[in-house]
Design a protein around this ligand. Structure first.
Ligand code: GLU
Length: 461
């Protein structure tokens, strides 16, 4: 093994960067940063039919948003075909891989026969060269695939960084196709050539790959390549106890960005999901790097907890300087077609009651766009009892200096003049001016509007 710590994330661009891959990327990144090593981004785009540029763009944008900077890449597997072919040729020449001409129909028949005999289905090795064995004549017009001649005996063992020692017997594993007939390598082969060429020392990935690892270890060994260490991170389960998937809620990183989450909160929450450092729940990027040495990874599946994520996000949202928060809220408003300037002036009053910038945008939108009180709210709060007080209030506000104290005084005088209680008038003002009956302290809320806007909205009663 090389002494240098080198990790990688190797997403397939067949969809967005989902939360599981983002978490593995985060662990790989933090591990490399902790040890002063290097982190590589590789795009595993050999599934040509399903890979898209759009997915690549989304993956790159998600990595950037999360602040997972890489030292090399993006490296695209489809630009390395010559290299995979050269390695395949070498393996064939050494008798460690072979051409297989079995047709799909023959494979089906093979499996049916095995099933009928009650056997586990597997490739039966009919094209595998063996001493003293006569191979069939290659049929005309059939393009060969290349299979790896997996060792028949022995056990593949590794000490997994997350799961501890794992052993799988070679008799459980058949001769894997490593290159398709069109010359494009399959995942298990390309991943090994790449991890070797890129001198990857530690592979963190989702535990759906545990069953692939014995093949990969055997291929590393066949190539005489040093083995990296493997850490298979348990899956993330949704609140229904099922694996998170595209069908179960928004699982792309970009969806969280759009839904008003902050990258520092996602980073913190994702890191904690499957790893711990004592009882720490809230930690910075720098603390994560300082603490993340590959230990304390959880062996059991993590549970996605939207309420906890909201709590973490609220924490970071409150801590953000108002001008930075204002930029994010302005971007949310922009998405709704609302152009907003000087948002920093208004975010402070509402940020304590919000978990996301979307919720915050819901509040501050009233300063930049017309509000539409519902008929129910109007009927419930702008009552015949309160209506006569509104012209008085407007007169007093019109004459007032525009600050919180003067606004509070104008409201108080109106209450006295009409024998009303504070909630009666305040609710009516809120519904008319803010479009909702509940807000923070009404004088503080009104102060942030222009006097003209408040008077216009009050006068439509
Ligand atoms: N392309 C594979 C995936 O997205 C990479 C697995 C690995 O890290 O080896 O699952």
């Amino acid at each position: 093994m090389t002494n240098k710590i080198r990790t990688r994330i190797a997403p397939s661009p067949t969809g967005f960067l989902h939360l599981g891959t983002a978490r593995t990327a985060l662990y790989s990144w933090a591990f490399a940063r902790h040890f002063g090593g290097e982190f590589v981004l590789r795009i595993e785009d050999t599934d040509v039919a399903r890979s898209t540029q759009d997915s690549v763009d989304q993956i790159l944008a998600s990595m950037k948003w999360l602040g997972l900077d890489y030292d090399e890449g993006p490296i695209y597997q489809m630009q390395r075909l010559d290299r995979y072919r050269a390695v395949v040729d070498q393996l064939i020449a050494e008798g460690k891989a072979y051409r297989c001409y079995t047709t799909p129909e023959e494979l089906d028949a093979m499996r049916e026969a095995q099933k009928a005999r009650g056997e586990k289905t597997h490739y039966d090795g009919r094209w595998r060269p063996e001493p003293g064995k006569r191979l069939p004549e290659p049929p005309a017009g059939v393009q060969a695939v290349i299979r790896f001649a997996n060792p028949k005996d022995g056990v593949v063992t590794w000490d997994d960084l997350c799961k501890g020692p794992i052993s799988i017997a070679n008799r459980e594993i058949d001769d894997l196709i490593i290159m398709r007939a069109d010359g494009v390598p399959t995942y298990n082969f390309a991943v090994v050539v790449d991890d070797w060429d890129m001198q990857i020392s530690h592979v963190f990935r989702g535990d759906e790959h545990v069953n692939n690892t014995p093949w990969q270890i055997n291929i590393f060994n066949a190539l005489g390549a040093p083995l990296p260490l493997f850490g298979h991170v348990p899956v993330i389960l949704g609140d229904d106890g099922q694996k998170l998937s595209k069908r179960r809620g928004a699982v792309s990183v970009t969806a969280y960005e759009e839904n008003g989450f902050l990258p520092e909160a996602m980073l913190n929450y994702l890191a904690r999901l499957g790893w711990s450092h004592g009882d720490e729940e809230l930690f910075s990027r720098e603390q994560l790097v300082a603490w993340f040495d590959g230990s304390h990874l959880s062996k059991s599946p993590a549970q996605w907890d939207p309420a906890k994520l909201a709590w973490v996000n609220a924490h970071y949202l409150k801590a953000l300087p108002d001008d930075r928060l204002a930029e994010l809220v302005a971007a949310q408003l922009q998405r709704r077609g609302i152009a907003a300037a000087d948002v920093a002036r208004v975010v402070g009053l509402f940020k304590d009651r919000c978990s996301t910038t979307v919720e915050l945008a819901d509040w501050v939108a009233m300063y930049y766009a017309e509000v539409q009180p519902t008929a129910d709210d109007l009927a419930a709060h702008v009552t015949e009892l309160v209506k006569p007080a509104l012209p008085t209030l407007c007169d007093k506000l019109a004459a007032a200096e525009w600050n919180k104290a003067a606004i509070a005084a104008a409201i108080k005088e109106t209450l006295g003049a009409h024998g009303l209680k504070m909630p009666q008038l305040a609710h009516a003002i809120r519904v008319l001016v803010c479009g909702r009956p509940q807000t923070p302290s009404i004088d503080a809320v009104l102060e942030l509007f222009s006097k003209e806007t408040v008077l216009t909205r009050l006068q439509r009663a």
